[in-house]
Ligand binder design. Structure first.
Ligand code: FUL
Length: 740
């Protein structure tokens, strides 16, 4: 119950806001007569709703893709799958929670129902759910166990419920809306507090598929009624998809956008339309400016609509054994963290458990590595005991508030100035290479441009600069040593605010440049570290280096296939994580008569002869792809040689649009001009088979002497009529032409 005092206070606040023509929350109308200055002032005062604020404060959350796909090695599933295959015998929700919590995540979102329609909880609204599987004799409930484990461990819990449904018979009719609301009601009433509801925009029905008119407003009303604190993400009003699944947000990220940015049609049109089309047609809408002055000037309304960056720790969303070795490295995850959390976004990192129902050791190792680096970096804020003095400050909002490690206290100026600066005297000389700034978003997002300076004894020098800050901005720069820094706000929408400032020293890092590749004669690599004075050590035999290993001083030249592993050790003995790169020596020259696709180079010009073979995962970086076109290459052995065997491998992965070639020709030549055909293989027309397969085409010629071998594989051209991508370009994926 609100007290009379609270009520009066609220009324006073609304009256004040209206009098100042300011928004009262996360929405404001732009009147036709508003001047550009008034619009900017309005934008600067739009603030998050309570639920949006609580969501933003989490910074880092976990995604779990788990379902029948996990057991059938699929990503988008298909109709009528054998759900009896669902049986994670060692399932342990507490293990998932432990691993993700240790990684620093504050919430876990589970794919309660993915596009295939299979439900991970005991629903009474279909027979396509966990109750009809052998898992725990039909008594299991992943939503129940995971929500309990999260709540017990102090984590929030969210549900992903795919609006698109391949299985539901009613999909495409109004009855589906009732079905969907029934599922939602179960999820929102049986499992305690739900903090996020994630509606995916993806739909693979294609132009001739079923069209569902979703009753979004009914869904939202239901969620607000049953779980008023939950944010509704992606196809929803509270949280926006950043526009890519790469893990990298925008350098300039506004949380205040034109009201039209939450148009559901646009969101759906920009979401995935095909299985794995994130791999084949990478969506990257992050280049687009969404909230600059130019963008908001013509808006009819403005809303607080913050961005979430969803990305998988593996190449795919669901678990596939083939991806075990392709889990992102700790450095990559840290880079993603800086480019999401550090860019005013919330990071939603997917960690898919395996068929046993456990997060694997590969993912755990990567998450631990990432957490170690982040903890080491941010454990010691070097502005502790510093003194801050601003060019202008408002009483009660002094500059010292940015140093007190309390988000709620903040600095602002006494007037609506758009530039200001704060000088910070450190407690003695300090070295640092990372900075962190936070605006107080409860007052709005305002800063448009800022830079940082340090005093070198004589002059002020710039060392970092950026545009927006928002909830959090992290900056990385080469090490600076000084006893004085300055934050300069160059441009702001109204009086700036800053809640927090930090300076940190990240542990040493080491880089191998280039980070692997294929070569013919020799190749060289360099090793660098971000830490001044760090020693760099490496091995060439796959072993983890230590201070007794080879010490790097200058570029290293390789003349054979080699695995390089390197570490940096700082003068005070701190070690970086080891990094690894493989350099493969190609045995032969390769001339292409047709070009491979730049999205699947498989390692580049020598990928077909580098001795590294592709696995059944098309995305393992080894397969070379030809999109709608033939493969036509000539391998040059350098001189005429006796040849006993020629073989080549092709991948078939039909759900991913990858087909075996219609035919494969091997021919040979002495001079590279006239070729004689050795063998023509004709393949059967493709069958609708979902399991990936590698097919070898091989000949063993007798008495063949040649210098040039030509391999030509004819693409089937387009996906066959029965395929979901019927008429779209088909892929050929080839790896390794082996000649003995
Ligand atoms: C996409 C889906 O199609 C993927 O399978 C995955 O769930 C991802 C998070 O969203 O749109």
């Amino acid at each position: 119950m609100k007290t009379l005092f609270q009520l009066l206070f609220t009324l006073l606040f609304i009256w004040q806001a209206a009098a100042q023509n300011k928004p009262e929350g996360n929405f404001v109308i732009i009147n036709p007569g508003d001047t550009p200055e008034q619009i900017i002032e309005k934008a600067a005062n739009v603030t998050p709703s309570h639920r949006q604020y609580e969501w933003q404060r989490m910074e880092f959350i976990g995604f779990v893709h788990f379902g029948i796909n996990t057991f059938l090695n699929l990503e988008w599933g298909k109709k009528n799958m054998d759900i009896k295959k669902f049986n994670p015998k060692k399932f342990d929700a507490n293990q998932w929670v432990r691993v993700l919590k240790d990684a620093g995540m504050k919430e876990i979102i589970l794919t309660a129902k993915h596009h295939d329609g299979f439900c991970l909880w005991q629903t009474k609204y279909n027979h396509y759910n966990i109750a009809y599987t052998p898992f725990e004799n039909g008594k299991g409930d992943i939503v129940r166990d995971l929500s309990k484990a999260c709540h017990k461990a102090g984590l929030k819990f969210g549900v992903y419920l795919s609006p698109w449904d391949m299985h539901a018979k009613t999909y495409g009719t109004p009855a589906y809306n009732t079905y969907f609301e029934n599922l939602l009601t179960e999820l929102l009433t049986k499992y305690g507090k739900i903090s996020e509801v994630w509606f995916d925009g993806a739909n693979g029905e294609g132009p001739n598929g079923k069209k569902q008119i979703y009753d979004w407003h009914a869904y939202y009303k239901l969620i607000r009624k049953l779980q008023p604190d939950a944010v509704i993400a992606i196809m929803g009003p509270d949280v926006r998809w950043v526009g890519t699944e790469s893990g990298y947000g925008r350098q300039t990220e506004w949380s205040v956008l034109p009201g039209s940015s939450s148009s559901l049609e646009n969101i759906a049109a920009n979401s995935q339309q095909k299985d794995l089309d994130n791999a084949f047609v990478p969506k990257d809408l992050t280049a687009e400016d969404l909230g600059s002055r130019e963008k908001i000037e013509h808006a009819k309304s403005l809303i607080w609509y913050p961005a979430e960056v969803d990305v998988s720790i593996r190449p795919r969303w669901f678990y596939h054994k083939d991806d075990d070795e392709l889990v992102k490295s700790p450095y990559k995850l840290v880079d993603i963290y800086y480019n999401s959390v550090g860019l005013n976004d919330v990071l939603l990192l997917n960690v898919p458990p395996d068929k046993n129902g456990l997060v694997t050791k590969y993912d755990i190792k990567a998450l631990r590595g990432m957490r170690n680096i982040l903890d080491e970096t941010f454990k010691n804020n070097l502005v502790k005991n510093a003194v801050a003095e601003a060019s202008n400050e408002k009483k009660g909002f002094e500059a010292r508030n940015i140093l007190d490690n309390n988000y709620n206290t903040y600095w602002t100026t006494s007037d609506t100035t758009s530039t200001a600066s704060i000088e910070i005297k450190l407690d003695g000389e300090k070295s640092f290479n990372r900075a962190m700034l936070q605006e107080n978003i409860l007052a709005g997002q305002r800063i448009e441009k800022f830079h940082l300076e340090y005093f070198d004894g004589n002059d002020w020098k710039n060392f970092a600069a950026a545009t927006t800050i928002g909830y959090k901005r992290l900056l990385r720069f080469p090490e600076v040593t000084t006893d004085k820094v300055k934050i300069v706000i160059d441009q702001c929408r109204t009086n700036p605010t800053l809640s927090t400032f930090g300076l940190f020293m990240a542990p040493p890092e080491v880089k191998i440049q280039p980070d692997g590749g294929t070569f013919t004669d020799t190749i060289h690599f360099n090793l660098t570290s971000n830490e001044k004075g760090a020693g760099i050590f490496y091995t060439l035999d796959g072993k983890i280096p230590d201070k007794n290993s080879l010490k790097y001083s200058d570029k290293v030249v390789l003349n054979k296939t080699t695995k390089v592993t390197a570490i940096a050790i700082s003068p005070d003995g701190k070690k970086s994580l080891p990094v690894m790169a493989v350099f493969g020596k190609a045995k032969y020259g390769v001339k292409y008569n047709s070009e491979f696709d730049s999205k699947y180079p498989g390692g580049g010009n020598y990928a077909l002869v580098d001795g590294l073979k592709g696995s059944t995962n098309f995305n393992d970086g080894r397969w070379q792809g030809f999109n709608g076109s033939n493969l036509d290459v000539v391998i040059d052995l350098g001189k005429v040689k006796k040849i006993k065997k020629i073989s080549t491998d092709f991948l078939r992965d039909i759900p991913s649009f990858i087909f075996l070639p219609a035919s494969v020709d091997f021919s040979a030549s002495i001079n590279g001009k006239e070729f004689s055909l050795l063998k023509n293989f004709q393949n059967d027309p493709p069958l609708n088979n979902n399991s990936p397969l590698i097919k070898k085409f091989e000949i063993k010629p007798v008495n063949l002497s040649a210098r040039y071998i030509r391999v030509k594989a004819v693409n089937i051209g387009v996906c066959p009529p029965w395929h979901k991508g019927a008429g779209d370009k088909a892929w050929i994926f080839c790896d390794e032409v082996t000649i003995e």
